[in-house]
Design a protein around this ligand. Structure first.
Ligand code: FA5
Length: 427
């Protein structure tokens, strides 16, 4: 578009300008070959000062270099700068780069206003100086007042932010639920307390075991039928690793590990996780908790054994429960027994409410508790104890089932589901 009275010079620089006064800057600039983007930035909502050119460099040249010779051309130049400033300035756009933005416009050394003063005003011919001075004053006060206004907004926004973020010490504190120990952990503590009170100490052992400790040193050689149920959960090892490893199937290997390290007297309990191939149901889990017990000394008798178990059972379930033992079999105890406790639910009567059969003990009045026995003398051979001088007993309790009995829990799976509604019942 060619505006009457305007002409362009080669190279797009400002040319002689003699036209009408009422035209908008943009239309004049267009005909002066200014690209809109070069002057006012890309036409988008947010203008980023750091990436946007300040202008096309007109304020770095003198009026003579720009070919400006008339008051109207001067007005166009200033209108361009003003339009550019207005397009760039907004709270969103400048608040993060406030100082850079401010310095670029009114910085003393090389701000746009300073450059206009140096390049346009000072060297302006006397005839144009008043116009340049007046336009510069207008631009300067426009820029300064807008910057003041924006600065105030930035300060207010910061104050508001600080006010919102301020800690009100009069408010009640945030109550964070602190959780509680899992019921299995609580039961472990109860059992530990009982045994510690009669001279046992607590030891632990690895959950990943060698077949030697899990089986052989417990008198369970390869191909022993007992292994059929337990010979499982072997680990995949890298080539060249020494020997197979498996997840322990009971806590009994720690009997061997303890006796290897300690000379009698030994009195320990061993809590921990064990793993079996059992399918999950109300009383079985493939991972569960056991507490092993071992006492070995020079003169431990079967009476010490049953007396210790009875003491534990009465402490744990209450003084009214009775115990009994039945013959059983474990390769590492001889004799071996299974301990029963009188049914905690029907008081040992075998009958439930209104004369029905007690569902817990199935009418027998007894509930199976755990396996135990006198340590088989063959075991002492594996740990270099003199079997003619020492004797002892061992037991292995299922902690989850002990917890179920005491707290009336029907399904072992609830221990592992971590439902907060269940856990909250045992704070
Ligand atoms: C043993 O594991 C023997 N090591 C116990 C032992 C130790 C006997 C020392 C003699 C001397 P048993 O396989 O019966 O025994 O397991 C012991 C207890 O673990 C059981 O009485 C039962 O309460 C619990 N238990 C066994 N299998 C599971 C299972 N899949 N889920 C939950 N509890 C189980």
């Amino acid at each position: 578009m060619v505006v009457p009275g305007l002409a362009t010079q080669a190279g797009g620089a400002l040319a002689i300008f003699t036209g009408a006064k009422s035209r908008s800057f943009t239309s004049i600039a267009a005909s002066l070959n200014f690209s809109r983007n070069a002057i006012v930035g890309a036409p988008c909502d947010v203008i980023y000062p750091s990436t946007m050119p300040t202008n096309d460099g007109t304020h770095e040249k003198t009026l003579a270099a720009l070919g400006v010779t008339s008051a109207e051309q001067i007005s166009v130049l200033f209108a361009g700068l003003r339009e550019q400033f207005d397009a760039e300035v907004s709270l969103e756009a400048v608040q993060l780069l406030w100082k850079e933005f401010r310095d670029r416009w009114i910085g003393r050394k090389s701000g746009v206003i300073t450059q206009v003063t140096n390049n346009w005003l000072k060297p302006a011919p006397p005839g144009l100086k008043p116009t340049v001075g007046a336009e510069l004053n207008k631009l300067k006060s426009h820029v300064e007042s807008k910057l003041d206004e924006i600065h105030l907004k930035i300060e207010n926004a910061e104050e508001e932010w600080a006010r919102d973020e301020r800690v009100d010490l009069s408010l009640p504190g945030v109550v964070r639920p602190i959780g509680s120990r899992h019921l299995i952990r609580q039961v472990l503590q109860e059992i530990e307390d009982i045994f510690v009170s009669i001279g046992f100490s607590v030891v632990e052992g690895p959950e990943i075991e060698t077949p030697y400790y899990n089986f052989e040193a417990l008198n369970i050689p390869e191909f022993h039928p007992v292994r059929a149920d337990m010979d499982t959960f072997y680990l995949e090892l890298p080539k060249g690793a020494p020997g197979p490893l498996l997840l322990r199937t009971h806590t009994s290997p720690v009997q061997i590990r303890t006796m290897e390290k300690r000379q009698p007297p030994v009195r320990v309990i061993v809590p921990g996780k064990v793993y079996r191939r059992d399918n999950p149901d109300a009383t079985h889990s493939f991972m569960f908790h056991q507490i092993e017990g071992l006492a070995v000394d020079s003169d431990i008798t079967f009476c010490d054994f049953t007396g210790t178990i009875e003491y534990f059972v009465k402490q744990y379930f209450g003084p009214s429960v009775k115990t009994r033992f039945r013959p059983s079999y474990f390769p590492f105890t001889e004799p071996s027994v299974e301990f029963d406790v009188s049914c905690i639910f029907c008081g040992g009567s075998g009958s439930g409410a209104s004369g029905t059969t007690c569902g817990k003990c199935k009418g027998s009045g007894w509930i199976e508790l755990f396996g135990a026995g006198m340590v088989d003398p063959a075991i002492y051979g594996f740990v270099n104890y003199d079997a003619s001088k020492v004797s002892g007993f061992a037991f292995g309790m299922g902690m989850d089932r002990l917890a179920m009995l005491k707290y009336g829990i029907d399904d072992i799976q609830v221990f592992f589901q971590n439902d907060v509604r269940f856990l909250k019942q045992f704070p």
